[in-house]
Write a protein that binds this ligand. Structure first.
Ligand SMILES: Nc1ncnc2c1ncn2[C@@H]1O[C@H](COP(=O)(O)OP(=O)(O)OP(=O)(O)O)[C@@H](O)[C@H]1O
Ligand SMILES: [Mg+2]
Length: 378
């Protein structure tokens, strides 16, 4: 799919603007702090119904303004048009519409606009905390499968309830057998949702793995092989079980660790503690990889997610690159840009003209971003 037009008002430092985009490559140049990332954040807002930088709606409304508006029209791979309208309000709830229809639940929005965002933080996918990989998995799986998002929300809700129960019981010194009996209700729900979530995560990692390896090998021919594996926190998920059998086994496991959970006052196992690992030549990139390797591996993983969207939904996601090319050598960058541009619409923000110098793909459009103002360059 691709972005056709956008209009932005009251969003961070951006001067109200209307933008007609190229279906191929769009480049936003500008010095540090001029508004490039703000622009990409606004354009990607409809994909998640929130900021990809994790900002709150409040922070995105321009200083001194009461609200912000972002409207984005897209063309889908089968030729339909979709209009996304997003309103953010200081201190109020956000509003979202698709083709004029209000969107009441985020589950109905997630995945409608398919994008893959690569930003400076994304390099942490390889080397950073497990939470970042989990959240990448959850976002990716939610785009691929709406049922996943719903299950995830259910599981999180049950986990929060169980955590509150364990915490309060520990403070109050409640009788362990009573606490365990109460936790059982939540464990049943967690086991049912966790079985499905963990199966989805395992399948997803297996499908992503060869794709990421192939992309990495293309970027760095002759390098060691990249691997991506799932590390579930629940013992039961490592035994190759599925469906009802897996849910039963998870329930027994949660029951078995029950006394420890009561003593510690918090849930000690579940999908909320899962991790994934990226390995290069069999060695974990976390702690060992160079920054360039970590960046290429993270990039390969994100692009593999883009390929998976196409394989499963026949949608070519829009690729959004916020300042990704620093720390990659020139040959690697150009190969990557050409590969991506051949199949996807690209939005690229960069503070270093060098990153795209001499590259003139068909349909290229270029803007300068300065003090929040967008000016298209001839
Ligand atoms: N709510 C807001 N209202 C007004 N200005 C804001 C708001 N939020 C952020 N800004 C301003 O936006 C600017 C940062 O913009 P942005 O992050 O898009 O920069 P950038 O062009 O991507 O820079 P870099 O090259 O350093 O990544 C900062 O000057 C910041 O003060
Ligand atoms: Mg930026």
């Amino acid at each position: 799919m691709w972005l056709l037009e956008a209009s932005i008002e009251g969003f961070r430092n951006l001067i109200p603007s209307r933008l007609v985009l190229s279906p191929t490559v769009n480049v936003f140049h500008g010095g540090n702090g001029q508004g490039k990332s703000n622009l990409l954040e606004a354009l990607n807002y409809p994909a998640l119904g929130r900021s990809y930088r994790g900002a709150r709606d409040d922070d995105m409304v321009a200083a001194g303004a009461a609200q912000a508006h972002v409207a984005v029209s897209c063309r889908t791979d089968n030729g339909d048009h979709i209009l996304f309208e997003c309103g953010m309000e200081k201190g109020g709830p956000g509003r979202l519409r698709i083709d004029g229809e209000p969107v009441r639940r985020r589950a109905d929005l997630v995945g409608r606009m398919a994008t893959v965002v690569f930003e400076p933080q994304s390099v942490q996918l390889a080397a950073g905390a497990p939470e970042l990989r989990r959240s990448f998995a959850d976002q990716s799986l939610s785009v691929l499968d709406q049922a996943y998002f719903r299950r995830l929300m259910n599981c999180h809700r049950a986990l929060r309830q169980k955590a509150a129960l364990l915490r309060d019981a520990r403070r109050a010194g409640a009788s362990p057998s009573r606490v365990r009996a109460e936790a059982e209700i939540w464990n049943r729900e967690i086991a049912r949702e966790a079985a499905a979530l963990c199966e989805s995560r395992a399948t997803w990692a297996r499908e992503l793995d060869p794709r990421a390896a192939a992309i990495y090998a293309e970027m760095d021919p002759g390098s060691a092989c990249l691997k991506f594996v799932y590390l579930p926190s629940l013992e039961a998920c490592r035994r190759g079980l599925a469906g009802e059998d897996l849910a039963q086994e998870i329930l027994s496991e949660l029951d078995y660790i029950g006394p420890h959970e009561v003593r510690r006052g918090r849930p000690l196992a579940g999908p909320h503690l899962d991790d994934f690992q990226l390995l290069l030549g069999g060695i974990g990139l976390r702690g060992y990889g160079s920054r360039g390797e970590a960046r290429s591996a993270a990039l390969a993983l994100k692009l593999a997610h883009g390929e998976l969207i196409f394989a499963q939904r026949r949608v070519r996601p829009i690729l959004i690159f916020d300042d990704v090319f620093s720390e990659l050598d020139k040959a690697r960058v150009r190969r990557l840009q050409q590969e991506c541009a051949a199949r996807h619409q690209l939005l690229i923000a960069t503070a270093r003209p060098d990153d795209v110098a001499g590259w003139k793909p068909d349909g290229l459009r270029t803007w300068r971003v300065e003090g929040g103002r967008l000016e298209e360059l001839p």
